[in-house]
Design a binder for this molecule. Sequence first.
Ligand SMILES: [Zn+2]
Length: 466
Amino acid sequence: MNILACARWARLLPAILALAIGTISIRAADNTIALKAKRIFDGKSKSLVPNGVVIVQGDRIVDVGSNLAVAVPGDAQVIDLGDATLAPGFMDAHTHLTLDYSGDYNVRRLKEVDLNVSEQAIIATVHARATVEAGFTTVRDLGSRFVGSREFVDVALRNSINKGVVVGPRMLVATKGIGATGGHFDPTSGFRDFLFGREPDYTDGIIDSPDDARKAVRFEVKNGADVIKAAVSGGVLSLADEVDTPQLTPAEMAALVDESHRLRKKVAVHCHGDEVAREAIEAGVDSIEHGSFMKPETLTRMKNKGVFLTPTLMATEWIMSKLENYPPALQAKAKAAAAARSDMFRNAVKLGVKISFGTDAAVFPHGQNAREFKVMVDLGMQPIEALRSATANDAELLGIAQKTGTLEKGKLADVIAMPGDPITDITATERVFFVMKEGKIIRNGPPTVHAAAKETDPTNVAAPVD
Ligand SMILES: [Zn+2]
């Protein structure tokens, strides 16, 4: 080939390459997979459908239903999962993927000031993988803070997952939880005064006026928050407050909710106390997290206003099963919350309050999120309703129901499979063995992360948020 011809080819090469790559990506997008199992839960029906089929093309579901109604294209790759139940990817509306305080409280607290935040961010990638491999393809991550640091590790983790750098669930992140000086979210509470050189401010999520509340919301949205989290009452795992005292005023809550909604962000509030829950409902919050001491009248107000309850029952289960890991003052708070929350949850179910599945993963080891289902069912929730809470309900609360949350034509292909029938044995949800997220198979068989093995690892540290 002469030099001229060579040059012509060299000029054409980028176009040829682009064409080739284009063809490859179109082929990949057109790749059709047919998932089959003995039954299917679609996220909205009142019962399971026998002999389920989900047809996936690229990142979308193109058809779904019983094998009598759905035709499997001749060129589809068929994956028959046998005596299992297909379901939409589970969602957890309350996690802290960047944190882990499931071990000894004081060991964790000491390590919290020792360990580099970058190292903690790397550990968080393992939490993300454990969560998605457990079948949770979406999480609302409600707070990420490291004492003495202004890093937005949750934003970085979300972005890395979206770019395919890290394997994990789709994340909606809250950045710093917003709360009062000395309150549940004050990262310096319980430490010597001015140990960190200054009092925290709105850049740490700490506010003391309605104007501060607006400023904190704006600051968080500017830095990547998808959702706003605030602590309106005290909490269990914080050293300088009572578990149920009000920590934001009605005026602060009104400003916070107004500013969040103006910026099209929903508001989730950490709240154990009954009185302040009513004020939060009045202020227009979208969900109440925990809600341990809420009375039937408060729950009725929630139902009437369509406010979701995210019960996080697993957090209490875990703390109560490991009480020796916590200082006496926190043990007393945990016992009080645990004594109240079972009746509260039964009442919420009875009254028909909208319940969003959320666990507070980080209080217990990441990847064990599905244990929440059994606690819900043991406290009177129908198994099918528990499954709906983790799919369609969470999708509604998170504002992503048009994209995911149910198995329907046109939705993102987030599909999982668990052995047997979760209606007859809800613990099947703890044995998810197949996970597809946006059409990509993340797991088909044993997990790569063994979440349970990590629960006493003292290097897993972070500031308390609950
Ligand atoms: Zn939490």
